[in-house]
Design a binder for this molecule. Structure first.
Ligand SMILES: C[S@@+](CC[C@H](N)C(=O)[O-])C[C@H]1O[C@@H](n2cnc3c(N)ncnc32)[C@H](O)[C@@H]1O
Length: 234
C-alpha cells in the first residue's frame, strides 16, 4: 500500500491533486462536486482522480444489498476489528408513490443501517441515516437514542421543499456494559480529579459521588457516555 500511495501521490501527474483530495476527505466527507469547488478543479477531473484512487484500492468499495447478511459480513470483515468511526446511510427504497409503503420501506432500510452501525462502529462512533418522515420515525429515533449519546434530526437545505426526508444524526455510539437506570453494587477503587469516587464495571468507568476509595456502595446509573457513566448513590 505504501508503494502504491507513493506512486499515486508523488510519482504521477495529478498526484498533488490526489493528495489534496485525500486531505480534504480526511477533514470531512465531501462529494465530487464539493471537492471540485474546494480545489477549483472541474468535476470530471475530480471524478478521474477518485477513479484512480479506487482502482488502486486506496478507497475500498463494496457493492451489495444491505438487507442481506452476506453483505453485512463482507462489510464487517473489510472494516476490521478496530471498528468504523462513522456509518452514513443514504439508502432509499424504490418509490411506489404510496406514501405509507414508501415510509415503511424507508424506515426498514434505516433500521438496517442502525443494525450495521451496531455491528461495525467503534465505541464513540457516529451514525447518519436518512429516513422518510412519518409515523414510524419516532420509534426509530427512540431506539437510536438508547444506543447513542445523543440524536438530532436535520432537514438539509438540499432536500426539496416537498420532500419528507430527514437525516437522523446520532453521535457517540454507546458500548457500555451498563445502561441508565441500572442499579448495582460497586467497589470504589479510585478517586477522580473532581473528588468523585471511581468504580469499574467490566473495566468501564463509573463516577460515584460522595464515595471514598475502599467503599462498597449501592448505586443507580444516571447517565451513560461512550467511555464513562455517572451514578448516584441509592
Ligand atoms: C438517494 S439514493 C443515494 C444516492 C447516493 N447518495 C449518491 O450520491 O449516489 C438511494 C440509494 O439507496 C440504495 N439502496 C436501496 N435499497 C438498498 C439496499 N437494500 N441495500 C443497499 N443499497 C440500497 C439505492 O440503490 C440507491 O442508490
Amino acid at each position: 500500500m505504501e508503494k502504491a500511495l507513493w506512486y499515486l501521490l508523488a510519482g504521477t501527474r495529478g498526484g498533488a491533486n490526489r493528495a489534496r483530495i485525500i486531505r480534504l476527505l480526511d477533514d470531512r466527507p465531501r462529494n465530487a462536486n464539493q471537492l471540485a469547488e474546494a480545489l477549483e478543479v472541474d468535476y470530471n477531473t475530480i471524478r478521474h482522480h477518485l477513479d484512480v484512487l479506487l482502482d488502486h484500492d486506496v478507497v475500498e468499495t463494496l457493492r451489495g444489498d444491505m438487507t442481506e447478511a452476506e453483505t453485512v459480513d463482507r462489510l464487517r470483515e473489510t472494516v476490521g476489528d478496530a471498528g468504523a468511526d462513522a456509518v452514513v446511510s443514504d439508502m432509499a427504497p424504490n418509490m411506489t408513490g404510496e406514501y405509507s409503503v414508501d415510509h415503511a420501506r424507508s424506515i426498514h432500510l434505516a433500521r438496517q443501517a442502525l443494525g450495521v452501525a451496531e455491528d461495525v462502529l467503534a465505541p464513540g462512533g457516529d451514525l447518519v441515516v436518512k429516513a422518510f418522515d412519518g409515523p414510524d420515525l419516532a420509534a426509530l429515533r427512540t431506539d437510536m437514542d438508547d444506543t447513542f449519546e445523543y440524536v438530532r434530526s436535520i432537514r438539509p437545505d438540499a432536500s426539496r421543499d416537498s420532500s419528507s426526508e430527514v437525516y437522523l444524526v446520532a453521535k457517540g455510539y454507546l458500548t457500555a456494559p451498563i445502561a441508565a437506570g441500572d442499579e448495582l453494587v460497586v467497589d470504589v477503587v479510585d478517586r477522580g480529579d473532581e473528588g468523585d469516587g471511581i468504580a469499574r464495571v467490566d473495566g468501564f468507568t463509573v463516577f460515584v459521588p460522595d464515595a471514598e476509595v475502599g467503599d462498597r456502595v449501592d448505586v443507580r446509573i444516571d447517565e451513560v457516555k461512550p467511555r464513562f457513566a455517572f451514578a448516584e448513590r441509592v
